[in-house]
Design a protein around this ligand. Structure first.
Ligand code: ATP
Ligand code: LTN
Length: 334
């Protein structure tokens, strides 16, 4: 009998245009994992609506993210690619899991604290419950591994806690998932302020590079990246801006930070920055071309997300039935 492959689940929310941080911290690693694991890669649109979205933009971005997955090398024939809202089990399971999650633990989530601080009075209950929906995403597929950037570690921990709690109250139901956080590129920082992560919801566009940014914009943003006055390309915490650019170059060219330091000995930041920009362009240009092609072929995208939703629905429904039965909800059919 064929050995059962371990399961991976991951997702990105269409709450803004994807950045180089999303690409390096998430998608690029997924591409590497797809041959070894049974992978579910989702566009988590229900997470995006925890903050207000323009319907037209949300639709466009959801399809663009799906196209970016494919254009980056995620094979739709080998993996399950789908849109979260097409599989109602996610929200159904999230409701059930909400009843096994404490207000106290949700209020400790740093992403919630950060975002709610920015939003002031208009914090939705959805934003507070966000981690429960994320736990549902992962647990209904019995995912073993969840490849994410470092910022999601806390959400993974709460997913594990919820799963363990449910398993302890009833009987083993969920696989306890592990986070898979890459050692390099786990956190790409803002180009204008290297103390915070590069984020698609950042206001200043010079802080991030978008996957779909044209080459001239990439050159401009990298050349304006904040560094320091030391003038040496060194991988050090005292030079966070330079360190971030070294990290980017290292992931994209596979050269180690030490090799990069050596290559730029005695050279200023101008050459270094220009090389970083060119490495980014080299990586992103073919992806951009492919994304544009895919976005012009909506029926192909539809074929993919329909097929993905069917498979995801079938697999997750089995877990949902199990949960319902254990909780004591009366099944409608055998
Ligand atoms: P926002 O900034 O709006 O909160 P986000 O980009 O952090 O959005 P998602 O789109 O859901 O949130 O993130 C998708 C994936 O990209 C996650 O695995 C996340 O860890 C990863 N990621 C996001 N930003 C970075 C970054 N700067 N460096 C590395 N990984 C990142
Ligand atoms: N919370 C994540 C996005 C996300 C996710 C998931 C990641 C939603 N559901 C399940 C991995 C697995 C974020 O903000 N980056």
């Amino acid at each position: 009998m064929e050995e059962k492959r371990k399961v991976i689940f991951s997702g990105i929310k269409p709450s803004g245009d994807l950045t180089l941080g999303n690409y390096i911290g998430a998608i690029k690693n997924w591409v590497k994992l797809q041959d070894e694991y049974d992978c579910y890669f989702c566009v988590v649109d229900l997470h995006a609506i925890t903050v207000r979205q323009e319907p037209k933009d949300l639709r466009q971005r959801t399809l663009e993210i799906l196209s970016i997955y494919i254009a980056s090398g995620i094979d739709p024939d080998k993996n399950t690619l789908f849109i979260q809202s097409h599989v109602p089990v996610h929200s159904e399971a999230a409701w059930l899991l909400n009843c096994y999650t404490y207000m106290g633990e949700l209020s400790r989530m740093t992403q919630y604290k950060d975002k709610s601080q920015k939003l002031g009075d208009s914090i939705s209950a959805g934003l507070f419950n966000y981690p429960v929906l994320m736990a549902a995403d992962i647990l209904i597929y019995n995912a073993d591994l969840v490849p994410v950037g470092k910022d999601q570690k806390q959400h993974l921990e709460i997913a594990r806690d919820i799963a363990e709690r449910f398993n302890n109250i009833y009987s083993p139901t969920f696989v306890i998932p592990d986070a898979y956080i890459p050692t390099e590129g786990a956190k790409i920082m803002d180009l204008q302020d290297a103390s915070k992560k590069m984020s698609k919801s950042e206001e200043n566009p010079n802080g991030y590079i978008l996957i779909m940014d044209p080459p001239e914009v990439i050159r401009k943003k990298v050349s304006r990246a904040v560094t320091d006055s030391l003038g040496i390309v060194k991988y050090s915490d005292e030079q966070p801006g330079v360190k971030n650019l070294i990290n980017i170059l290292s992931v994209l060219t596979k050269a180690s930070p030490e090799e990069i330091e050596k290559n730029y000995e005695g050279k200023g930041y101008a050459q270094f920055k220009s090389d970083v920009a060119e490495a980014i362009i080299k990586e992103l240009e073919p992806i951009q071309t492919k994304v544009k092609e895919l976005m012009a072929n909506k029926s192909y995208l539809e074929e993919i997300y329909k097929k993905g939703a069917e498979k995801a629905n079938y697999v997750s429904m089995k877990t949902l039935r199990k949960m319902q039965k254990k909780i004591g909800l009366i099944p409608i059919s055998k």
